[in-house]
Design a protein around this ligand. Sequence first.
Ligand code: NDP
Length: 286
Amino acid sequence: MTAMVLDGAALAAEVRATVHGRATQLASHGVVPTLAVVLVGDDPASAVYVKAKTKAAQDAGVTPRDHRLPHATTERELLTLVDSLNRDPHVDGILIQMPLPAHINADLVLGAIDPTKDVDGLHPISLGLLAQGRPRFVPCTPRGVMHLLDHAGVALEGARAVVLGRSVLVGKPMALLLSNANATVVLCHSRTRDLPDEVRRADIVVAAVGRPGMVRGDWIRDGAVVIDVGINRGTDGKLCGDVAYAEAAQHARAITPVPKGVGPMTIACLLENTVDAAQRRRGAGA
Ligand code: NDP
């Protein structure tokens, strides 16, 4: 079987083009979608992500507002900034780049964001609404995965979906989205008894574990759809996913590569969430 390669880079470009069109239309109503991006400290990987998000925002007609704070910033100072962004009528979305320095309670800061500006979808209200099946802001990576599945025409209703990883950022919201779309979902984690056996029963596999090449080809049922969220450094220093791609592609009907699979979709969906926020907050027509 030759797997169809799900090209996240191409689909992300389509999503960004749609965002650009919506942002242009909002601008004609005098609304400039604005995304505040907050980076605390000097973690080099975080700086790269923030730069990519800022550039993608600019290209899509979303105005980024950079807030770079030193590592020594206190929790109180960060909460004060969040409060001022909450109250700023020009700011539509607030993104706090993770991870925060260890002396800052990330849950406290995420919970302080105005839920109507929570474009990362990590506020308890956003996650609660998703759990209730009436989502407002969906975390960007799982939203991107849903776009990929939709674009590939994958039928979710009644399908058996196995999600590997139960983080609040990826695995849990992913499982909720698939369940809301009427898939039968199994959510696996480090204590799952027989992971290969669970994966072998899946029509759809979403791997978000952070372990290079952990999912082997012989775990993949013939004709399954494989979504690899993992972004890892392999032993050869190259970027790789959680799935042993070449092996899995021999069994899968469709599979995402790493890079250029889920990764580009995450940023595109952040911009989508920001334009959604601008539209909802200002009551402006799309
Ligand atoms: P976390 O470390 O927060 O969560 C990892 C999850 O995997 C946990 O639920 C953990 O289980 C589970 N896990 C760890 N080891 C095993 C194992 N041996 N068997 C089964 N389950 C295991 O990671 P994230 O969810 O934040 O990220 C996962 C991956 O996705 C990473 O590679 C990350 O870089 C990537 N990522 C990619 C994004 C993108 O845009 N493409 C965005 C975000 C993340 P337990 O709960 O029991 O500890």
